[in-house]
Write a protein that binds this ligand. Structure first.
Ligand code: NAD
Length: 480
């Protein structure tokens, strides 16, 4: 690890320094407006190659922040970043081409196009749970779209933040990309500046603070938020596959994933069998229960505060009568919490209200899927909704009658890895999209341009009498 990484910065950033960076980026943003696809691609290639070269530093930073196993770092941090970069490198020339539009009847005699112009100076505020992926992913889209970026990563994963500051300084001048480290105070200072776009990933509660601050300057926002993502498992589901895919979705990164399946509705006929299938899947993925704490493939909770929070959710549920067929090991020294399954959970339990963001799987049996759909629709729209079934009618019914940022059928979380799909929430779980072309568009303004050639627009000009008056009536009736 380079020497810069040894001095981990957790203090709030100096606001004058931040203002200086912002002013410098405003100037540079005007220059970048006319940057070519080749210039942007060269930067993305350099960034991608450095990520490959510095894999060991990435493992070390992720391990120092929350004991994240290297293969999980590969799959959930490095792979999405490299994929995002490669996808942009491959398609950028095409994305940047003006999108020509055919004239409508009324606009006959004009030519028209949509240009994707850079938004300008962008702020990216990122969370701690996938500290590199959720910072560098949007950054790649912002650079592809020709912007400058101030990145404010999370203060909770300081080794990853320091690593990114070091990495990005190797690729970009600070007037193009700068990392500003700090916590709430730094974030709030940044939010007071008149950015052209803010891309925020984090909780719905902070998302509201960000949107209010953005309103002050009428800054556009992309909000990638969280919440509780429900899972519905029908009795027609292949239980072994369902359990395996859900164990991975729930316990990878120790459940600290925005799109982790949060709570499970399981058809009552198969609820006991599902618990047993989950036990087997856990053993297959992470080994026997007594050995799990020593298994390097099983991640930790990010810090003591969150460890206590998740333990508190389990305690609250069990005090209200929940059973724990799987679980029961914790160590606050290293923030270990055994994979936990809860059944017979009281409806008033906090675990059914708050986003869990930890390795706990509450199981709620159901007999009528209409009740499940009604319960989901009574809550804020989730970031993800998963359905496990072999019965196509059941799948159709669930998808057609609910809303969610994204969904998987018979899997969980993999929607994030599909470069051709938008990734985003809906209302409480987010506004706007990221990834691939959608990410490029989030950081671009779609500018409509009409070129006059031989249109009939002059026929609409006053004075409004005689032929002009007749022609306007004709246009209202027929030319649209
Ligand atoms: P958070 O909202 O607490 O923090 C996110 C960022 O906002 C951090 O950089 C933090 O410093 C900053 N921040 C915190 N409080 C602030 C305030 N009062 N004013 C201004 N800035 C502030 O979220 P977190 O705990 O880092 O991450 C977990 C949350 O993020 C979960 O809700 C999760 O579902 C969500 N999330 C969503 C996605 C997604 O892509 N939709 C991805 C990861 C996480």
């Amino acid at each position: 690890m380079s020497s810069a990484l040894k001095d981990i910065v957790t203090a709030e950033a100096d606001s004058q320094e931040t203002q200086r960076l912002f002013d410098a980026q405003r100037k540079r943003a005007l220059v970048l407006r006319t940057s070519s696809a080749d210039e942007r691609i060269a930067k993305l290639k350099r960034l991608r190659d450095l990520v490959h070269e510095r894999t060991r530093d990435i493992y070390a930073a992720c391990h120092a922040d929350f004991s994240k196993p290297a293969p999980e770092v590969d799959i959930t941090e490095i792979l999405p970043i490299v994929m995002e970069a490669n996808h942009a490198i491959r398609h950028l020339k095409n994305w940047m081409k003006p999108d020509r539009k055919r004239p409508t009847l009324l606009m006959f005699g004009t030519s028209a196009e949509v240009r994707h112009e850079p938004r300008g100076v962008c702020l990216i505020i990122s969370p701690w749970n996938y500290p590199l992926n959720l910072s560098l992913g949007p950054l790649i889209s912002a650079i592809a779209a020709g912007n400058t970026v101030i990145l404010k990563p999370s203060e909770m994963t300081p080794h990853c933040s320091a690593f990114m500051a070091d990495l990005l300084a190797d690729v970009f001048e600070e007037d193009e990309v700068a990392v500003v480290q700090g916590a709430v105070e730094t974030s709030q200072h940044l939010l007071s500046l008149a950015f052209d776009h803010i891309f925020f990933t984090g909780s719905p509660a902070v998302g509201k603070i960000v949107m209010k601050a953005a309103a002050e300057h009428l800054t556009s926002v992309t909000l990638e938020l969280g919440g509780k993502s429900p899972t519905i498992i029908d009795k027609s589901a292949d239980l072994k596959t369902a359990a395996q895919n859900l164990v991975w979705g729930k316990f990878a990164n120790n459940g600290q994933t925005c799109i982790a399946p949060d709570y499970m509705y399981v058809h009552a006929d198969i609820a006991d069998a599902f618990v047993e299938a989950t036990r087997k899947a856990l053993e297959k993925l992470y080994g026997k229960r007594d050995k799990m704490a020593a298994n390097g493939d099983y991640c930790r909770i990010v810090n003591n505060k969150h460890h206590a929070r998740v333990q508190g959710l389990i305690d609250d549920a069990t005090e209200r009568g929940a059973h724990m067929p799987i679980g029961g090991g914790a160590n606050s020294d290293d923030n270990y919490l055994a994979p936990t399954v809860l059944t017979d959970v009281d409806a008033e339990s906090r675990i059914l209200d708050e986003e869990i963001f930890g390795p706990v799987m509450p199981i709620l049996p159901f007999t009528d899927v209409n009740h499940v759909i009604a319960a989901i629709n009574a809550k804020p729209k989730p970031l993800a909704l998963y359905v496990f079934a072999r019965d196509n009618e059941f799948i159709k019914q669930v998808l057609a009658n609910t809303s969610a940022g994204g969904s998987c059928v018979n899997h969980s979380m993999v929607q994030f890895l599909h470069a051709n799909l938008p990734f985003g929430g809906v209302n409480n779980s987010g506004i706007g999209n990221s990834h691939g072309h959608y990410g490029f568009k989030a950081f671009s303004h779609e500018r409509a341009i009409v070129r006059e050639r031989f249109s009939l627009a002059f026929l609409f000009l006053p004075p409004y009498k005689g032929f002009t008056k007749w022609f306007i009536r004709f246009a209202v009736r027929w030319l649209n």
